[in-house]
Each structure stands twice: as C-alpha cells, then as structure tokens.
Design a protein around this ligand. Structure first.
Ligand SMILES: [Cu+2]
Length: 123
C-alpha cells in the first residue's frame, strides 16, 4: 500500500517535471550565422538561426536592428521551407557597426521562446 502510494507520487512528480517550462520540451537556439558576438569583415547577406526543433512559421519572428534601434533587415523573415528548424531573414548591404538580432519563436508544442544576440560588421 505504502509502496504504491510512493510510486504514484513519483509518477505525478515525473509528469509535473516533464510539463514544466524549461524541462527541455520546447525549442532552444542551437546556432546562428553570423555567430553570436562575432565580428565579421564582410557584411552578411542574411541572418540564420537554427533551433533544436521545428517552429510554427506563422508565429516565429526575427528582426535585425542597428545601434540606433532601427530595423535594418528586409522584413522577409521566414521559417525555411525545407527546414522548419531554421529561421532566416535577408539583409541589405550593412555598413560597419554593431547589430542586434532579436527573435521570438513558437515551437510546434506552442511554447514561446525569445532572445537576442549581437554581431559586428568590422570597418
Ligand atoms: Cu515547449
């Protein structure tokens, strides 16, 4: 009797942990291009963000802003058609400076994840 109660308590705890935010069910940013914090000589033609799982295209966004906070990407951010874990946005020729890439994505389990990173185009 006691053993059964302990087991069901453990099962309940396991379910709770599995459903808790941050338990690893939703997506995380895996890598980016340019890399976070990178200084690049040639201005990139686009930014790419790879996630650890598939994204909901209708609710996943990324924008690139300059040091003044002005949006500089071409406004065409989209989840890649062939790889739903890849979010990309194209860029016009960027002058030297620091840029921030701000993203907010919804994974297929409907969880929201957001963050940002910077890169620099060297003079
Ligand atoms: Cu999730």
């Amino acid at each position: 009797m006691r053993r059964a109660a302990t087991l069901s308590a453990l099962a309940a705890l396991a379910l709770l942990l599995a459903g808790a935010p941050g338990a690893g069910a939703h997506v995380a940013l895996a890598r980016t291009q340019p890399r976070a914090g990178a200084s690049v000589r040639a201005a990139p033609a686009e930014v790419k963000l790879w996630f650890t799982g598939d994204l909901e295209p209708a609710f996943s966004r990324v924008r690139v802003v300059n040091e003044s906070g002005e949006r500089v990407d071409r406004g065409d951010a989209a989840v890649d058609r062939d790889n739903r874990a890849l979010l990309r946005a194209s860029l016009p020729p960027l002058p030297p400076g620091r840029y921030r890439v701000v993203w907010r994505v919804v994974s297929v389990d409907s969880h929201v994840t957001e963050g940002e990173f910077g890169f620099r185009v060297a003079p």
